[in-house]
Design a protein around this ligand. Sequence first.
Ligand SMILES: Cc1cc2nc3c(=O)[nH]c(=O)nc-3n(C[C@H](O)[C@H](O)[C@H](O)COP(=O)(O)O)c2cc1C
Length: 154
Amino acid sequence: MGLGYGGGARTEATVNAIVIYESLTGNTKKAADFIVNELVAGGVQAVACPTTAVDYQALADADLVIVGSWTDGLFLFGQKPASAGRLSQLPFLTGKKAAVYCTYAIETGKTLTKLEDIIRDRGAEVIGGMAIRRNKLQEGSAEFVSRLLGVVAA
Ligand SMILES: Cc1cc2nc3c(=O)[nH]c(=O)nc-3n(C[C@H](O)[C@H](O)[C@H](O)COP(=O)(O)O)c2cc1C
């Protein structure tokens, strides 16, 4: 797997990524779109789709699967990834690297860890996760991708 555009002949295959998100009021979708833009700017082919309309071809082609959900809880406790049931029914991700993110307002509690567990149960190797505050979607998404590219390129 290679990252970026060398400018000359490309000797390594491009990384393919898919962002699958669960979003009620649009924040997690917006983050998914920011993440895709950042990935593409970093030389990674990427598409985003909701959990309700997974792009199965893109998923099959993906080396890196990013799964995002929003924090559902009682704001200060009881937080969990929204629609965990739907996330746990994603296709098997065996052999793929995965990363997770959640959007939130105040406090995420164990949302990220729970999301990581769900995705690990689908067979993926989870390489990281990040909580992105809903009033910092663009900055958070950029930081998330910059960390991810560091890990994927290593
Ligand atoms: C029913 C409900 C419960 C929520 N619980 C929490 C919570 O416990 N902690 C938190 O920080 N944000 C909580 N939020 C805020 C959302 O996680 C946040 O607005 C998120 O970005 C929404 O994503 P979406 O726009 O993609 O649906 C809650 C929102 C809703 C609607």
